[in-house]
Ligand binder design. Structure first.
Ligand code: TYM
Length: 324
């Protein structure tokens, strides 16, 4: 399988990114051809992106990903703007994309509702995302649940292009993991995200006491009676626990919950311990990598490899539509 996925350089890698996507990215490297992209063109749609911060965030994210287990020798790891073919394919695909479909994108609607100035890039964001994937003829895309609608659109775009100009693009399928939907600890009705503020996410590389504090103050519910349904906050803590703790630990706590005996303070302590155990090797590797000065070269080499594929596919797409 050829796997493609992307992540925005927003300055913080959080548990949602890790359990929703990156952990699958790492596992999929075994036996597949993987291409992972730091999508800095996409990050420009966030109005508050400062140029220097963007330069820094790209490198930091690359190091974070390597610390998580992405192997830039085996896998193509690169920065989107190093391969400008993405934007050209985006334009071609935009011309087979329905305006109506774009207006129905829930992420666009949500973000547009929160802003006074809505830039055109935000509207076109999903077309660029489709171009990212189709440029490599990728058939599988490991993502969190929040990206499913964008992937559905990518398939519609591929279908429309293929129908009009002859089959070129596979219709990319999502790969969803167990952590596809991690919610904010402070507000379990919203997804974990950097955009709502620091209390709404837990960073992978955050200081230990800060992580402990965020878990301790996670929203649960008041009191527990036997057989009571799990509130969203408690269910979210169990979702994360299942990703980091052995099955018997989870089962025991679930039983206590069913019997109305579970102390949330205890649940949070167990979660904190197992989470830190899972993150420890990543955090250690990240600290070692901090001194790595060749990250620009690593990314440049990734871009060279990506560009070889991208040039060929874009060339074919140009020819199909008559731009050759
Ligand atoms: P981004 O940068 O917001 O997130 C990167 C990945 O993390 C997942 N994710 C989550 N998963 C579970 N729970 C959460 N709370 C959570 N928050 C984030 C996302 O689903 C994503 O998989 N548009 C994309 C980037 C992109 C892309 C692509 C992805 C650009 N081109 C092509 C796949 C293929 C985005 O903003 O992800």
């Amino acid at each position: 399988m050829r796997i493609f996925s992307g992540i925005q350089p927003t300055g913080v890698l959080h548990l949602g990114n890790y359990f929703g996507a990156i952990r699958q990215w790492v596992e999929l490297q075994e036996g597949n051809e993987c291409i992972y992209c730091i999508v800095d063109y996409h990050a420009l749609t966030n109005e508050d992106t400062e140029p220097d911060e963007l330069r820094r965030a790209r490198r930091e994210l690359a190091l974070d990903l390597i610390a998580c287990g992405i192997d830039p020798e085996r896998t193509i790891l690169f920065v989107q703007s190093d391969v400008p073919e993405h934007t050209e394919l985006c334009w071609i695909l935009g011309c087979v994309t329905s305006y109506g479909d774009l207006t129905r994108m829930t992420q666009f609607k949500q973000k547009a509702a929160e802003r006074e100035f809505v830039n055109g890039g935000l509207f076109y964001y999903p077309v660029l995302q489709a171009a990212d994937i189709l440029l490599y003829l990728a058939d599988h895309v490991p993502v969190g649940e929040d990206q499913l609608q964008h992937l559905e659109l990518a398939r519609r775009i591929a279908r429309r292009f293929n129908y009009r100009f002859g089959r070129l693009f596979p219709e990319p399928q999502p790969i969803l993991g167990k952590g596809a939907r991690i919610m904010s600890l402070a507000d379990p009705d919203r997804k974990m995200s950097k955009s709502y503020g620091p209390e709404h996410y837990v960073g992978l590389m955050e200081p230990e006491d800060s992580i402990r504090k965020k878990i301790r103050s996670a929203v649960t519910d008041i009191g527990l009676t036997p057989g009571q349904e799990m509130s969203p906050g408690v269910a979210n803590l169990f979702t994360i626990l299942e990703l980091v703790a052995p099955q018997e630990v989870v089962e025991e706590l679930r039983r206590e919950h069913r019997e109305g005996k579970l102390l949330y303070k205890h649940l949070k302590e167990v979660l904190y311990e197992h989470l830190m155990k899972t993150l420890a090797p990543i955090r250690e590797r990240r600290a070692e990598l901090a001194a790595r000065e060749d990250i620009d070269e690593v990314l440049a080499a990734g871009a060279d490899r990506a560009r070889k594929i991208a040039r060929e596919v874009l060339g074919e797409a140009r020819a199909r539509v008559g731009l050759d």
